[in-house]
Design a protein around this ligand. Structure first.
Ligand SMILES: [Zn+2]
Ligand SMILES: [Zn+2]
Length: 251
């Protein structure tokens, strides 16, 4: 009988793995894809933050003006939470999950999302912002579904497919915020006949950019009866924070 420690050593020997971010050798720790050095370089957003969306306050506007980031969102999108700023290793990890086929990354990214939503009431159900069926076929998986399933497992909550994404929705990557909102307004439809009976829904995605996609998903979930929606992502694009930290590193 071979014990688990020896089995893991053997696996490492047979299947040597490098860190997804730095490609560095990573002995032991089966089930991890990012080395401890790269994980220590993940950047959390500074406090204070907006209570609703956790955008850091004080990035070039007065506190009294309210949060410019989440004010365009529909009321049904009650909260947004994220693990890290989308820069450095976090950006590389998101890319590796989405485009490089590193689907095993979803479990450690899901634990980051579960921790990020831990200040809120637990959701009744976890779902995800789906990609189109065509892209899912091309990629072999939907990265947001993998993240949602791992987040739900850690939270001990059910995970269900509640949304479909229409094929016509263009890629969001090159659009400005207004174009994004127009593009995603009709992007989603309910998956089957879902009645949510005022359930609290956690909708998971890899990255929060403007919240336009999350807002459209939340509106669709509200139409299906959701009582409130939280958007939980692994990372958030914080371009003003990045600009500020860029200046700081020059000084
Ligand atoms: Zn590394
Ligand atoms: Zn906000």
């Amino acid at each position: 009988m071979i014990d688990r420690g020896h089995f893991e050593d053997l696996l490492d020997f047979v299947l040597p793995r490098g860190c997804v971010v730095c490609r560095g050798w990573m002995p032991g720790r089966v089930g991890h894809f990012v080395c401890s050095v790269c994980r220590s370089r993940y950047r959390a957003a500074p406090w204070p933050r907006c209570e609703r969306c956790h955008h850091p306050a004080g990035t070039g506007r007065s506190e009294r003006s309210g949060c410019l980031e989440c004010s365009p969102w529909p009321d049904t999108l009650q909260y947004a939470r994220y693990g890290y700023a989308l820069q450095g290793p976090a950006g590389r990890v998101v890319h590796a999950l989405k485009y490089d086929g590193w689907d095993g990354l979803a479990s450690e990214m899901g634990s980051v999302i579960a921790a990020a939503v831990s200040d809120l009431d637990p959701p009744d159900v976890v779902t995800w912002i789906p990609t189109t069926d065509r892209r899912r076929r091309e990629r072999g998986y939907d990265q947001a579904e993998l993240l949602a399933r791992s987040t739900a497992t850690i939270l001990g909550r059910p995970c269900r497919r509640l949304l479909r994404r229409r094929e016509a929705a263009a890629s969001q990557v090159r659009l400005d915020p207004l174009e994004r909102r127009q593009n995603v307004r009709d992007a989603f439809s309910p998956s089957g006949t879902v009645r949510l009976d005022a359930a609290r829904v956690l909708v998971v995605d890899d990255v929060l950019t403007t919240g336009a996609t999350g807002g459209a998903a939340a509106s669709e979930l509200a139409a299906a009866g959701a009582g409130g929606v939280t958007l939980g992502t692994f990372a958030r694009a914080l371009p003003r924070l990045e600009a500020r930290s860029g200046q700081a590193s020059v000084a």
